[in-house]
Design a protein around this ligand. Sequence first.
Ligand code: UD1
Length: 338
Amino acid sequence: MKNVLVTGGAGYIGSHTVLALVDYGYNPIIVDNFSNASPKVIDRLEKLANRPIKCYSIDCCDKKALEQVFVENEIFGVIHFAGYKAVGESVQKPLMYYQNNLISLLNVVEVMHEHNCLNLIFSSSATVYGAPKSVPIYEDFPLHVTNPYGRTKLMIEEILTDYVKANPEFKVALLRYFNPIGAHESGLIGEDPNGIPNNLMPYITQVCIGKLDHVRVFGNDYPTKDGTGVRDYVHVMDLAVGHSLTLKKMENCSENLLIYNLGTGKGSSVLDVIHEMEKAVGHSIKYEIVARRAGDIAECYANCDKAYQELGFKAKYNLFDMCKSSWNFQQKNPNGIK
Ligand code: UD1
């Protein structure tokens, strides 16, 4: 079995990807500093995978510690999720974002280089498209970012693009995620934000569980079907499978820079999500229309043909499945994974 190092493997997308890797016959090894995830996630992953999962509690900014992982294990590839991800916080603390997200990536690539590990998947985001000229968004659309978080994603894409030019034997896949929501069907792992959630789905589930009073809908005057923002919500388990398919592709292809949108190709409005969630929980959800959130765009959804044609990636879960599984996780973990 090939060892795949998953940085940020205890986090939301990372933990689900660990399970998908096991399903596809890889041996995931987790690196996480647990700054934004609970160590309990590892026990739960072992239970779900029905086998031990090696985990190193280290920070990717600590290059020596990272090197030790490569000394102790032969690593076939790395999936790099570890990083700060809150847009608002990045505007307040830009240096913290550049320091953490860029240094950890540089360490990962340098250590891979030293140990002749040649396959890297980077966890990028649709945020690199900024306000797109049109929708759906194709991979070759112009890139433009509006905040330090997004800029770290774009800078890392550029760094890796330069790196593969200089090192053609090294393969990189840039996966641009749209809006991941949902949770593993067991309800044992899911999105577990600290404090009041910034993103729509965890905010809605916390309203449903009674921790927050009502959903604030950020604007209903966008040029969309019902005036609220439209996004491409994709089930985190579909996204997780997308990583395994990408690794399989990297094992057999000659190209050394792969770029894919991972979404469903379908746009849903904020009100669509609230109404679908009402079906999943079986009662109405209180919401209020408030002002637009600074920096938000009207519509963002993917064209996913490239990922389908080249990886065989196709999202199998719909919005109702996503809502149901998010709700299941919230109900089973009313206070998160503690
Ligand atoms: C956000 C980030 C994006 C990041 C992604 C990661 C911003 C501007 N963008 O995407 O860079 O990659 O998260 O998950 O923060 N909404 C409400 N009420 C809420 C929360 C959200 O109406 O309480 C609306 C938003 O206006 C938007 C939609 O719901 O139309 C989705 O918002 P969110 O879940 O925060 O994701 P994005 O903003 O698309």
